[in-house]
Design a binder for this molecule. Structure first.
Ligand code: PEP
Length: 252
């Protein structure tokens, strides 16, 4: 099955509203003519509204970086999925390793967030990945399998086929160290096989699995050439229009 590659920029805690608009204005003309690739950006909460207005009618999709699983209430500092929908988001990242490590996110809380996204018609970009210690201890495949199956555990096959999974080895995020194409492909193929075991092959073939971890213009093409790598989740290289657009072009 042909899967449209999906390149999404994770802007993390970078960019004021003005800087975010400047970045998106630089990006729009650079990706306008690209075909065969879906492009998304995940700005900070404060920049979502301004970026949303800028990309209306364009091919860029809006994603949040996080969400809360409750619809509303006494959850100081949190943002609901309904609020993200209201501002124009189509996606939200769930379970980014920085949220797992620094903010106590677990596979179970990810599962709740993913259910909440589907309940409101949004889609998750669900991040999984092993630490260096886990890789060195030969735990990569069991760790990502548990993250995958628990996080997506509440979904039926139709929902799973619309999930975007991002495989992000923690040791490669923001470190300049990238997984080799073979290392990444091995995990991507494993994740797809696990999806097939639980939800069937047709569903597994529909799921886009992005690679994330120091992807940049210099290494994007060889990673994206792997049969089970269907795009990228891009941190550092997404903060400049030129480098992000070059990665989008490599996927197109
Ligand atoms: C990320 O934060 O999702 C990421 C992949 O970051 P970087 O590209 O900077 O490694």
């Amino acid at each position: 099955m042909a899967r449209t590659p999906f390149i999404c920029g994770n802007w993390k805690m970078h960019k004021t509203v003005g800087e975010a608009v400047e970045l998106i204005d630089g990006l729009l003309p650079r990706i306008e003519s690209l075909a065969g690739v879906e492009v998304g950006v995940a700005p900070t909460f404060t920049a979502l509204h301004a970026v949303s207005k800028r990309i209306t009618g364009s091919k860029i999709r809006l994603s949040a970086q996080n969400c809360h699983f409750e619809g509303q209430g006494a959850f100081t500092g949190e943002i609901s999925v309904g609020m993200l929908k209201d501002v124009g988001c189509m996606y939200s990242l769930v379970g980014h390793s920085e949220r797992r490590t620094l903010f106590g996110e677990t596979n179970d809380s990810c599962a709740k967030k993913i259910s909440a996204l589907f309940a409101s018609g949004l889609l998750p970009i669900y991040c999984v990945g092993e630490t260096l210690e886990q890789r060195d201890g030969n735990q990569t495949l069991p760790v990502v399998t548990e993250q995958l199956l628990v996080g997506l555990g509440n979904l039926d096959a139709g929902q799973v086929s619309n999930v975007v999974v991002a495989y992000e080895p923690v040791w490669a995020i923001g470190t300049g160290r990238t997984a080799t194409p073979d290392q990444a492909q091995e995990v991507h193929a494993h994740l797809r096989a696990e999806l097939a075991k639980k939800w069937g092959d047709e569903t597994a073939q529909a799921v886009r699995i992005q690679y994330g971890g120091s992807m940049k213009p210099a290494n994007a093409a060889e990673l994206l050439a792997q049969p089970d790598i269907d795009g990228g989740l891009i941190g550092g290289a997404a903060l400049k229009a030129d480098s992000f657009a070059e990665i989008c072009a490599a996927a197109a």
